[in-house]
Write a protein that binds this ligand. Structure first.
Ligand SMILES: Cc1cc2nc3c(=O)[nH]c(=O)nc-3n(C[C@H](O)[C@H](O)[C@H](O)COP(=O)(O)OP(=O)(O)OC[C@H]3O[C@@H](n4cnc5c(N)ncnc54)[C@H](O)[C@@H]3O)c2cc1C
Length: 573
């Protein structure tokens, strides 16, 4: 079928929903989501949303801006970090007024807690800046925004899977989507597309991300020739449940939890003497990995302990109840009396589709591509630099989701309807047909696992030229094999076998851009640590990486970082 709407938003996480609130009602707006909308990964966010409200302790947006820049190891654009930190209180009060049930202080203000890398007085001590609803902050914000979207008349297409972005003369005219329930392929004709498709943690073996975090929007933009930015910066969260990767929010350490090695030592005192367990995530993850490599993991194995036993049952029940129950369900452990085995888990992608702080997607010359916008984790606004701070993603989604929505409304005044190409669905239909017709071949699950293995072994917390070259060779070999995938399910209803086969191409393509970008950065900065270049090198690498698809493979270039008030300094916590 052919559907027609002024604006199509792809993704029902907080970025897509917050943008939709600006546009729905004012223009004919549709929202597509490959998972049922309220199952978007934003709903899994636990710890909270950052804003210098100063409800519990003195705080200023300048401190928040500084922490964001330092957290990003000085490749965060300072003008963008300023927008984030300044707009944060307004954004949080807006959520409050929409009905988000935040925890409260005794006098009824929004309660706040400490989070990694958020400090008082430019790094002097941890500060309580994260606004939260127990440890299900994303859940309550997602439900609230979804309800607002429905109320505003947003047209929702649940379980519609975008498979192609349709461009004509360097502008967007629509997209192609697969309807999961029926197997039909549809063309959506529109004037503007917002990509809000989330992250791609599924490139790695152990991740806190949802099954759907396969980077579809990022890859489809890349395939359409749009540059991706800062792809080498992949965040590993320090505390995934060992072996599973399920997240134990930083809120656990924000509320006083302590990391311990096999001797029971609070080892973060050695790595970050000032703010210890609440240092930025890259610092804590490297510390855990170092403890493990040097034989101080628990029983010599590849995990450490998170100790919440001193917090008491009341606090665990009031502030960390979901985490307490995850630990019980997955490990049979009572967090009030037992230590939790944890190890770093792939959590967040700082890199993504290159876009400006207005949400307009930019081409290589830094010009906006007419009709194309990006927001949320799939985008790179040069905001989080080399390492995102905890609670700054939810904030990014609502601040910059809103800005993208505002830009779309402005631009609709001059964005015209363009005729689509003659057969916009043909390429996708051919791809599906050829997959279904192939009688025998490779299994997508096997190739996906092999990719996750090599990325985890060779391109995670510690990297070298050699390990990265190894990853690149393996990913390229797997890409060849992926061209020969055959599927078992030839049906039309809820054919996830088919969709996973299609997602494999995205994951492999993104893995390649991560590795190629990482090879180009011969220094250590934030989440990108090169054993062969262990120092930060501002002379040569204080810049963003861009990667663009060409017929000869990914092409890497750079662009400058915007520095306004905080000159780069050595980064210690
Ligand atoms: C377990 C966990 C806990 C977290 N806790 C916090 C926290 O406490 N604070 C914080 O600031 N950050 C947190 N984060 C990070 C933050 O939650 C994410 O970065 C953020 O939710 C991403 O939101 P999004 O709107 O960009 O996309 P998502 O919420 O990931 O949603 C992506 C959407 O895109 C849709 N989509 C994707 N591909 C397609 C396609 N091909 N076709 C159609 N639709 C598609 C999906 O269906 C979905 O609706 C956490 C992350 C995780 C994984």
């Amino acid at each position: 079928m052919i559907f027609k709407h002024d604006v199509i938003i792809v993704g029902a996480g907080l970025a897509g929903l917050r943008a939709a609130m600006e546009v729905a009602g004012a223009a004919d707006t549709a929202l597509l989501s490959k998972v049922y909308p309220t199952r978007s990964h934003s709903g899994a966010a636990q710890g909270g949303i950052a804003a210098a409200l100063g409800n519990e302790e003195e705080d200023f947006w300048e401190w928040h801006m500084y922490d964001t820049i330092k957290g990003g190891d000085y490749v965060a654009d300072q003008d963008v970090a300023e927008i984030l930190a300044k707009d944060a209180p307004r954004a949080v009060y807006e959520l409050e007024h929409m009905g988000v049930p935040f925890n409260r202080t005794p006098e009824g203000k929004i309660a706040q807690r400490a989070f990694g890398g958020h400090t008082r007085g430019f790094g002097k001590a941890p500060v309580k800046r994260a606004c939260y609803a127990a440890d299900r902050s994303g859940r309550v914000i997602l439900d609230t925004l979804y309800f607002e979207g429905v109320r505003k008349g947003l047209k929702i297409y649940p379980e519609f899977h975008m498979l192609d972005l349709v461009m004509k003369d360097n502008r967007v005219v629509g997209l192609v989507a697969y309807e999961l329930a029926t197997g039909e392929v549809h063309f959506f004709h529109c004037r503007a597309v917002l990509l809000a498709t989330g992250g791609y943690g599924k490139v790695f073996k152990t991740t806190s991300n949802a099954f759907a975090s396969t980077g579809d929007g990022v890859f489809l933009a890349y395939r359409a020739g749009i540059p991706l930015e800062d792809m080498e910066f992949v965040q590993f969260h320090p505390t995934g449940i060992y072996g599973l990767g399920v997240l134990i929010s930083e809120a656990a350490r924000g509320e006083g939890g302590i990391l311990r090695n096999h001797q029971g030592e609070r080892f973060m005192e050695r790595y970050a003497p000032t703010i210890k367990d609440l240092a930025a995530r890259d610092v804590v993850s490297r510390a855990i990995a170092t403890e493990i490599l040097e034989g101080r993991g628990i029983n010599g194995r590849d995990y450490v302990h998170l100790d919440l036993t001193h917090l008491g049952e009341k606090k665990l029940a009031e502030k960390l109840s979901d985490i307490t129950s995850f630990v019980k369900i997955y490990l049979g452990i009572d967090a009030a009396t037992e230590l939790i085995p944890v190890a770093p888990t792939c959590h967040y992608m700082m890199g993504g589709i290159q876009a400006g702080s207005h949400g307009r997607v930019l081409d290589t010359e830094q010009n906006p591509i007419p009709g194309l916008y990006a927001a949320g984790e799939c985008s790179c606004l040069s905001l989080h630099g080399a390492n995102r701070l905890g609670c700054n993603s939810l904030l990014d989604l609502v601040v910059f989701g809103r800005r993208a929505g505002t830009s779309i409304l402005q631009d609709l005044k001059h964005l015209s309807w363009d005729d689509p190409p003659a057969h916009p669905m043909k390429e996708v239909q051919d791809r599906i047909r050829s997959l279904k017709e192939r009688k025998s071949g490779e299994k997508h699950g096997r190739i996906r696992s092999a990719m996750q293995e090599t990325m985890t072994r060779n391109c995670s917390i510690f990297r070298t030229e050699q390990s990265l070259s190894q990853a690149l060779a393996e990913v390229r070999a797997l890409k060849q094999q992926a061209g020969r995938v055959a599927i078992d399910n030839l049906g039309t209803r809820f054919n996830t076998d088919l969709l996973e086969a299609l997602e494999l191409e995205y994951l492999l393509g993104l893995a390649e851009t991560i590795v190629v970008s990482a090879l180009g950065r011969k220094e250590s900065r934030g989440a990108h640590f090169r054993d062969d270049y262990p120092e930060r090198n501002d002379d040569d690498y204080l810049k963003h990486t861009l990667v663009q698809r060409t017929d000869d493979g990914p092409q890497v270039s750079t662009k400058p970082v915007t520095i306004t008030i905080y000159p780069p300094k050595p980064r210690t916590y």
